[in-house]
Write a protein that binds this ligand. Sequence first.
Ligand SMILES: Nc1nc2c(c(=O)[nH]1)N[C@H]1C(S)=C(S)[C@@H](COP(=O)(O)O)O[C@H]1N2
Ligand SMILES: [Mo]
Length: 289
Amino acid sequence: MRKHPAKKAPPAGPKPAPVPRACPAAVSDDAEREIGRLSRRSLLRGVVPVGAALLGWRWLITRREDNGLPWPFRRALEINEQLARDYYRTARLSPAFPRSLAAEPRPNGDEGMSDDFDPERWMLRVEGLATSDGQSETPITLSLDAIKALPRTDVVTELRCIEGWSQVVHWAGARFLDFARKYPPATRTGDPPDVIREPEKLVEYVRMATPDGGYYVGIDMASALHPQTLLCYELNGKPLTLEHGAPLRLVIPVKYGIKSIKRIGTITFTNQRPSDYWAERGYDWYAGH
Ligand SMILES: Nc1nc2c(c(=O)[nH]1)N[C@H]1C(S)=C(S)[C@@H](COP(=O)(O)O)O[C@H]1N2
Ligand SMILES: [Mo]
C-alpha cells in the first residue's frame, strides 16, 4: 500500500487573520438550493423522460395488432411507404410558379384542328378500359360534364415548346390520374386494375388523338399518371378557347408542348407503343425535359 505523502506543516509564525466571510449560513443555504435545483433538473431531464418512454413503450406494445404488428408500428410502416411513393412522384414534379407569372401562351400548332369542328356535339371516346378480369372492353363515350365531375385540379407550370419558347400558364382540369382511377385501363397481366397500388400492371401506353385523327400523341403510362398531368378545360381562370384546345386538351408539364395535345377526341389505353405525330417527323418519342 502506498503511503500518502505527509501533510505539510503549517507555516510557522503568527496566525493569519481569518478571511472575512459574508454570513456563512447564507452560503450554505445557497448551496442547498443549488443542489435541490440541480436534482430537480436532473429528475426532469433523466428520470421523467425515461419513465415516460417506458410508459409509452408499454402503451405501444400492448396495442391491438394489425397484420402481426401493434397498429402504431403498422401505421408507421404505411406512412413510410406513402412517403416513399410520394417522394418518387414529387421527385419528378415540374417546377410550380406563382399565379402572378401566368399569362396566355401563344396559340401554337393547329394540326388536327379542322374548322368544321362543332364543340357542342363533341364527346370523348375512351378505348382499352378494363373489365373486372382486366381485359379491355368495348369503348365508351363521355361528356365534358363527366370530366368536370372529377376533382378539379390547378397547376401553374411552364409550357415548353421545342421551338425554344416557354410560358408560365395556369391550367385547370381533372388529373389524368383521377380519370384513370374512375375509368381504369386494362392490365397487361389480366389482373383487375389497381391504378394507385399496382400501376406497373397496367398496359404501358396511352394514345390520344384529335376527333379528325390529324394529330396524335403517345404517352408512357407513368407520365400520364403523373400528378401534374391534366385533362384540361380551363386556361388562366377562363374556359379553354378553341385555339387552345377546347373542349378538352392534355397538359403534361413533364414533357415538351408537342405532347400537350389540344382537342382530344379519343383516349386509348394500349400495350402497343402508339405512333406520335412529331415522333414521326423526327422528334424524340418520349419528349421529356
Ligand atoms: N391538336 C394539336 N395539339 C397541339 C399542337 C397541334 O399542332 N395540334 N401543337 C402542340 C404544340 S407544338 C404546342 S407548343 C402546344 C401549344 O399549346 P397552345 O396552342 O395552347 O399554346 O400545343 C400542342 N398541342
Ligand atoms: Mo410546341
